[in-house]
Design a protein around this ligand. Structure first.
Ligand SMILES: C[S@@+](CC[C@H](N)C(=O)[O-])C[C@H]1O[C@@H](n2cnc3c(N)ncnc32)[C@H](O)[C@@H]1O
Length: 267
């Protein structure tokens, strides 16, 4: 396992790269006729975010994986909802919380719903706002109310987001998810579950087995180096407070492997 120092160093390097990219974005936008982002091979799809953004958000800069796994993530939403008689195309408003550089929301672009995405990473959000015109994007702070009214959304998805939040932010963001959902609204979250038990240290595994949330790198908040592991028992007893658990699909978040997918309904 890498040391905290090396993860901190990597995180700092990514942050610096993020600022470099922001400046480069700005330079490209202000230079006349300059391209804004690399285009995908087919003219049908939105452009691909730059490598560094894909790496920062998805952990790999593989363009094919970005597109295909994003598509699978959108399909997993469809499948999960369909099992409970809900069709994505019947929804009026959808929020992708922690949307990153739009890996998933790009595959929802044909839906009639009003689409929103938000993230704490301003560079990712800026790229989405510039390149994905079918949705509205906003930056949020690491811990603050979202800039949406209460009872706004039929569906909120948070794929691979609570997997990277420290303990103190888990309850805050779950209550915020609940606030912005309409009564009876649906929340899909993907979480590190039993499939990742093998990655835990012996002490972490003991906590996990006892039904306690395990967080590693909790000081690296806002980065993927903070990793949270949610035992199913903890999800049911604590995490999903104020929600009814409709579905727990172990490793069911097929676009965020091997995470579990959870479908929750606001009560
Ligand atoms: C592993 S990425 C997943 C991105 C996207 N959901 C996907 O599946 O491609 C985690 C994302 O969560 C975002 N994030 C972390 N903490 C956040 C917070 N407090 N509020 C909003 N977004 C957050 C990160 O900036 C990052 O874009």
């Amino acid at each position: 396992m890498r040391s905290l120092d090396s993860r901190e160093r990597e995180s700092r390097l990514l942050t610096e790269e993020c600022h470099r990219l922001a400046n480069e974005n700005h330079r490209l936008k202000t230079a006349s006729g300059a391209p804004r982002a690399p285009a995908l091979p087919t003219g049908e799809e939105p452009p691909l975010p730059p490598e560094v953004l894909r790496l920062m958000v998805a952990g790999t800069d593989d363009a094919l994986w970005f597109v295909e796994a994003g598509r699978r993530a959108a399909e997993s939403l469809t499948t999960l909802l369909a099992k409970h008689g809900v069709a994505l195309h019947q929804l009026h408003s959808i929020l992708d919380f922690g949307c990153g550089c739009g890996r998933v929301i790009r595959h929802l672009r044909h839906l009639p719903a009003e689409l929103h995405g938000c993230d704490s990473n301003p560079v990712a959000v800026e790229w989405c706002a510039d390149n994905l015109p079918f949705a509205r994007f906003a930056v949020n702070a690491l811990q603050s109310p979202l800039d949406y009214d209460a009872n706004s959304f039929d569906l909120v998805c948070a794929l691979s987001v609570f997997t990277h939040l420290p303990e103190r932010l888990q309850a805050h963001w779950m209550s915020e998810m609940r606030r912005v959902l309409k009564p009876g609204g649906l929340l899909v979250v993907s979480l590190h579950g039993d499939a990742l038990r093998g990655k835990l240290t012996r002490a972490e595994r003991a906590d996990y087995r006892a039904g306690r949330l395990v967080v590693r790198g909790g000081d690296l908040v806002g980065t993927n180096h903070c990793a949270a592991f949610h035992p199913p028992a903890f999800v049911r007893s604590d995490f999903a407070l104020g929600f009814e658990v409709l579905e727990h699909a172990p490793e069911g978040a097929t676009g965020n492997p091997p995470q579990d997918a959870w479908l929750l309904r606001k009560v």
